[in-house]
Design a protein around this ligand. Structure first.
Ligand code: GLN
Length: 493
């Protein structure tokens, strides 16, 4: 890793503004790093060097003219779920083969408006369905982390596995990601990076390929808490093109960093423990509690009694919405078309060839739970459970809790092609046990690295906050980061 690619966004920003480095230099350093590493890590599925150089040059000109945005000249990676004008956008699915949108997603446009440079599109699970980045049409991403003394490849988590791996391996300064049930926080935890899923409605969903519209949210994955705050400030906006985006001013999140936790109450939910969870997860959680207490926070035990129903309810609501959202991929309007003897045959052949196994599984589950006769028993019931989960959090916040601390994941990163997980989708789904509740309730959640396990792999903690109180998350996560330190993988790629 060259020195330039080791800079955080905040450090690079300061050097760019002080004219110690140029965006062109920084961008070239990243393009070289990607060239050298991508074959091994498979984090990028499309690199856009010409566009990056052009944007970097324009950025340097703006810096020279003294007209700078919050991310001026900073090279970022963009998850393949975000529509980028004229550039490969396939949600890492075969069915979107060759699709290049004529429009830009609001989030990526916001980043460009603030001066960011795009290095390319990042690998992910197909249509953001997965927890290991193994369902991508472009093959799995490798985690830059390996267990001590082992050469075995590990997953980076998913679905934003390319984003997390690229950030951890210094193949971009920061990355966009999305989170429907944990896809920002789980890969962040598996790679020693920071990821925040903001409140539902904080970032516009316009131009993001839809998975489950009532749960999807965009957010950043970054190297540290400050960088995540800088990125979210640019990504978040009110957008008339997304009626679920919320009309609230975007605060200066960076200003929250360094604020004291004195007088703040942190809730510790009894229910965030699962059978077979390694003792190290409990230990790191207790360590986090101690750090926050030392920082002046009051620790209170709370109960979120409906937690155990969140995962089963999520796996009804998310596939239901997905089956409806993915109906549009029919071989007529975008991407792949496999000809058939008539139009119905063409639809069938296109969808059979275009979707991967996990996506087909979700479409079938979703179609089933929405079908006449089962709708009330599954879908309506899951929605009722969702309301109860939301109410659990509301009661905790109402009782005076400012934020909630939990583990981010029930384990550290696991192996690529792990047989146990590959043959049992429910085991894979269990990865999201601590993260899906937050999506079901529409709340913000941040994952921050807290330490390494006995194998030398990163473990994360999660801070959950009140709606639109992302500042409290940055404030709390920063305290954890200060105590835990930062974690970088040893380079093998
Ligand atoms: N792993 C979860 C799923 O497969 C969450 C994915 C996501 O957040 N996009 O549905």
């Amino acid at each position: 890793m060259s020195e330039l690619t080791s800079l955080t966004i905040a450090e690079a920003r300061n050097k760019l503004l002080a004219k110690e480095i140029t965006s062109v230099e920084l961008t070239e350093a990243y393009l070289n790093a990607i060239d050298a590493a991508n074959e091994k890590l498979n984090a990028y599925i499309k690199v856009t060097p010409e566009l990056a150089r052009e944007q970097a040059k324009a950025s340097d000109a703006r810096i020279a003219a003294g007209k700078t945005g919050g991310l001026e000249g900073i090279p970022l990676g963009i998850k393949d779920l975000f529509a980028t004008r004229g550039v490969h956008t396939q949600a890492c699915s075969h069915i979107l083969d060759g699709f290049k949108p004529e429009y830009e997603s609001t989030v990526s446009q916001n980043l460009f408006d603030d001066g960011a440079v795009m290095l390319g599109k990042l690998n992910m699970d197909e249509f953001a369905m997965g927890s290991s980045n193994e369902s991508s049409y472009y093959g799995p991403v490798k985690n830059p982390w390996r267990a001590q003394g082992s050469n075995a490849d590990l997953v980076p988590g998913g679905s934003s596995g390319g984003s997390a791996a690229a950030v951890a391996a210094h193949l971009c300064a920061g990355a966009t990601a999305t989170d429907t049930g944990g896809s920002i926080r789980q890969p962040a935890a598996f790679t020693g990076t920071v990821g925040i899923k903001p409140t539902y409605g904080r970032c516009s969903r316009w131009g993001i390929v839809a998975f489950a519209s009532s749960l999807d949210q965009a957010g950043p994955i970054a190297r540290d808490v400050r960088d995540a705050a800088i990125m979210l400030k640019s990504m978040a906006s009110i957008d008339v093109k997304d009626t679920t985006s919320v009309d609230m001013p975007v605060p200066d999140y960076e200003a929250a960093i360094g604020k004291s936790l004195k007088g703040k109450r942190i809730g510790i939910p009894n229910e965030y423990r699962v059978e077979g969870m390694p003792g190290e997860i409990e230990d790191i959680w207790q360590q986090g509690i101690a750090w926050l207490r030392d920082a002046g926070a009051e620790i209170v035990n709370i109960s979120l009694p409906h937690t155990k129903y969140a995962l089963p309810a999520y796996y009804i609501v998310a596939p239901a919405e997905a089956s409806s959202n993915l109906a549009r991929y029919d071989g007529v309007r975008y991407g792949l078309r496999v000809d058939g003897k008539d139009i119905a045959d063409m639809y069938e052949k296109t969808r059979a060839a275009g979707f991967g196994q996990e996506v087909k599984r979700r479409i079938m589950i979703g179609t089933y739970v929405l079908s006449a006769g089962y709708y009330d028993a599954y879908y309506i019931r899951a929605q009722k459970v969702r309301t109860l989960i939301k109410r659990d959090f509301e009661l905790a916040f109402h009782a005076g809790v400012d934020a909630i601390l939990t583990p981010a994941t029930p384990s550290s990163a696991f192996g690529i092609a792990d047989e146990d997980l590959a043959n049992d989708p429910v085991k894979m789904y269990l990865n999201d046990i601590f993260t899906v509740t937050v999506n079901m309730a529409g709340l913000p959640g941040i994952a921050v690295p807290a330490g390494l396990d006995h194998k030398g792999l990163p473990l994360g903690l999660q801070v959950i906050g009140k709606p639109f109180d992302e500042e409290m998350l940055f404030q709390t996560a920063h305290v954890i980061e200060q105590a835990a330190g930062r974690f970088t993988p040893a380079k093998w790629w």
